[in-house]
Design a protein around this ligand. Structure first.
Ligand code: MN
Length: 443
């Protein structure tokens, strides 16, 4: 539902919130966990506005918020956002409304002055993990990605017969979900080259990124309690950017007949700011399911979700190599697409997750699966962009090429929403750097 917090003409007294290309506008109000850089050892909730962070612990103590919003603010000020997510939409909404009024240029001078005292510049904050991730599940819901990758593994039959019937997923590894900016070592493992009778052990030679979004579960569910699509939609707190780093050579050798294991469990990166579903409301769209495709079974179908279950989020990936950095270059954009091209909605994903009785915990992280659009240059992973390593992907800034990632490559995902009649909102950045593998020998 749209309300006054989506009014594109509303402005903030934080001037930078109105600057061109700003992700953290008044209509956005993303939430994260931060510490001050001056030796502060108390992680706490913050809301980004323009070039500032609103410190929720200070705000909760300021007396600026009315009772309903103040209680939510105290919980959001915690060292992780799990408890705030557990509160549900009845608490999230008054909190968003109160922050919007507080930061709006309509707020009186005395209020502005008190609120400004609760802020610090973004540049003086170090971001921390926004939630304690207790469970992480990764879906596989882009038809274009599934077809492109399927073509590498099974050229004669790329799309598996279940894809059009259910949102496919595997249970991922929560312990290796890290915050944007964290480097990780190229993983060691087994792989078997085409035509070889036995595998070899050593550093991954087909290291890849996966352009994804993440979403977080709000109130928990009980064991045995299935959610309808409509109920699932109410349970989702918000979204972030996610990079599901993948060791393709290890993955393709190990995952037949079970799911991914070492190919996926060495690192997953998320962006620090979580954009609420309320902020994303203006960007809801219908997903594009051809009438000739199987229609969803009743438990995966919902009229409102059919009409507005998709989200038009513009997404881009850039790669910055060591050579880029040596030449002080930002890196090259290698793909761009929109989340609107996905085949299943996030509410359908969550309904599928619970339909057999699996319980959800507050703050559980769901990956949407790699996001690839219909055109070849909209693919969300190198294995697609390089057609399984057979086609070079150019980095025009340095003249280098890539088939897969090299040591020192820093991969950056950015995402934002823009639409006439509404304010721009953005997710900031999800970045991670590939460090050299540990030398464990090869055989
Ligand atoms: Mn993935």
């Amino acid at each position: 539902m749209l309300d006054f917090t989506h009014d594109p003409s509303a402005r903030s007294w934080v001037d930078a919130a109105q600057s061109a290309g700003c992700d953290f506008t008044l209509q956005n109000l993303p939430i994260g966990i931060f510490v001050r850089q001056d030796g502060d050892s108390h992680p706490r909730g913050g809301v980004a506005i323009g070039d500032q962070v609103l410190d929720l612990a200070h705000l909760a103590a300021s007396g600026l918020l009315a009772e309903s919003a103040s209680a939510a603010c105290s919980v959001a000020a915690d060292a992780t956002l799990n408890a705030f997510m557990a509160m549900g939409p009845a608490s999230w909404q008054p909190f968003r409304h109160a922050l919007f009024k507080l930061l709006s240029s309509e707020a009186d001078a005395a209020t502005q002055e008190k609120a400004r005292a609760c802020m610090l510049p973004l540049g003086e904050a170090t971001m921390k993990m926004p939630v304690e991730v207790r469970n992480y599940t990764d879906f596989y819901t882009s038809r274009h990605h599934a077809t492109n990758v399927g073509r590498v593994i099974r050229p004669e039959n790329p799309l598996t017969p279940n894809f059009e019937w259910l949102p496919i997923a595997y249970h991922g590894r929560a312990s290796s979900v890290v915050l944007s900016g964290t480097g990780f070592r190229r993983p060691n493992g087994q792989s078997r080259a085409a035509g070889h009778p036995s595998p070899a052990f050593g550093p991954c030679r087909r290291l890849d990124f996966e352009l994804e979004m993440g979403f977080f579960v709000g109130p928990e569910t009980m064991l045995g309690e299935p959610l309808s699509v409509a109920q699932a939609r109410e349970r989702i707190f918000g979204m972030c950017l996610l990079n599901d780093w993948s060791a393709r050579d290890h993955q393709f050798w190990e995952m037949d007949p079970l799911g991914p294991f070492l190919g996926k469990n060495f690192c997953t990166s998320i962006s620090p700011w979580i954009v609420s579903m309320a902020a994303l409301e203006p960007y809801r769209v219908a997903l594009d399911r051809p009438a000739s495709d199987p229609q969803p079974l009743p438990y995966l179908d919902d009229a409102a979700d059919r009409a507005t279950g998709g989200l038009d989020v513009h997404l881009e990936v850039s790669v910055q190599s060591r050579q880029h950095r040596a030449q002080h270059l930002a890196g090259d954009r290698i793909t761009a697409t929109s989340f609107r091209h996905q085949y299943w909605t996030i509410a359908q994903m969550l309904a599928q997750h619970t339909i057999g009785g699996c319980n959800l915990r507050s703050g559980d992280l769901m990956g949407t699966g790699t996001i690839s659009g219909p055109a070849p240059d909209e693919a969300g992973a190198l294995v697609e962009l390089s057609a399984g390593g057979t086609r070079p992907v150019p980095l025009p800034g340095t003249g280098e090429i890539r088939h897969f990632l090299e040591d020192g490559d820093s991969v950056s995902i950015r995402g934002w929403c823009e639409k006439p009649g509404f304010a721009r909102i953005g997710f900031g950045e999800c970045r991670g750097e590939v460090l050299p593998a540990l030398d464990l020998g090869t055989a």
